[in-house]
Design a protein around this ligand. Structure first.
Ligand code: ATP
Length: 233
């Protein structure tokens, strides 16, 4: 369970989040959509514990993020714009490095299986500095889930991926969902949002302006409301 209460973020005199109250149940998958600069990445970074809110609270599984940041961060897999990968290391070495930080068991086997799952077995021993943007994104996805996180926070995960990799990523998300993980995904891609998520939230100008659940059963309504919000940008 993830809750934000009255989350406000200001930088200088700029108000980026204007009091966000959000409650996400365990196992729920939520897409956050909205225009550039709406505050989508900012809320994800706050939930991931990477930046602090100016005021308000983040409560994860009943614990305040401020009180137990280390323990809570272990439960999170964060895919950000920055891949957090080490250039000179191979995919396998990168995954083993991050897996060790999280104390992952059977790490070698797990890391190899993940490299395979994201379709990069052929490049397993090449340093990632030679990788294309899409290849880096694939390995960044593997890095984000190496420790089987309870919570997945994905910031524009489909960016730079080809059709095959998009399917691969969606399968990864659906597999994590089936294992009971909670997913929050920031995206500009409405189609991918409804493909993988049960709930669609729209942010605008630091505010939550639309919150739609049970997406697959209400696809027409959700699509119409999304279109309404997009045309009023
Ligand atoms: N470190 C910072 N310093 C100053 N302004 C910032 C900083 N980080 C974010 N902002 C501003 O906060 C606003 C929201 O940024 P954020 O990245 O959360 O938007 P977003 O909804 O994810 O946008 P996009 O769709 O373009 O990724 C933007 O106007 C951005 O310029």
């Amino acid at each position: 369970m993830i809750e934000t209460k009255g989350l406000i973020k200001t930088i200088g005199d700029k108000m980026i989040l204007r009091g966000i109250n959000l409650s996400i149940k365990k196992g729920e998958s939520v897409a956050i959509l909205g225009p550039n600069g709406a505050g989508k990445s900012t809320i994800l970074k706050i939930i991931a514990g990477l930046i602090k809110s100016t005021s308000g609270e983040v409560i994860i599984n009943g614990k305040n993020l401020k009180d137990d940041p280390y323990e809570i961060k272990r439960k999170i897999g964060f895919l950000a714009h920055n891949s957090f990968l080490y250039d000179h290391l191979t995919p396998l070495e990168n995954l083993k490095f991050f897996g060790k930080l999280y104390g992952v068991k059977d790490l070698e086997t797990k890391a190899k299986a993940l490299v395979d799952e994201v379709g990069l077995s052929f490049f397993i021993h090449d340093p990632v500095r030679s990788f294309s943007r899409g290849m880096l994104q694939r390995i960044a996805i593997a890095r984000a889930i190496i420790h089987d996180p309870e919570i997945l926070l994905f910031d524009e995960p489909h960016t730079g991926l080809d059709q095959h990799a998009i399917k691969l990523l969606n399968d990864v998300i659906l597999k994590m969902k089936a294992k009971g993980s909670t997913v929050i995904m920031v995206t500009h891609d409405f189609h991918q949002a409804v493909e993988t998520c049960d709930r669609v939230i729209i942010f605008k100008n630091g505010k939550l302006v639309e919150d739609m659940s049970n997406v697959s059963n209400n696809l027409e309504v959700v699509t119409a409301k999304y279109a309404e919000q997009v045309t009023s940008l």
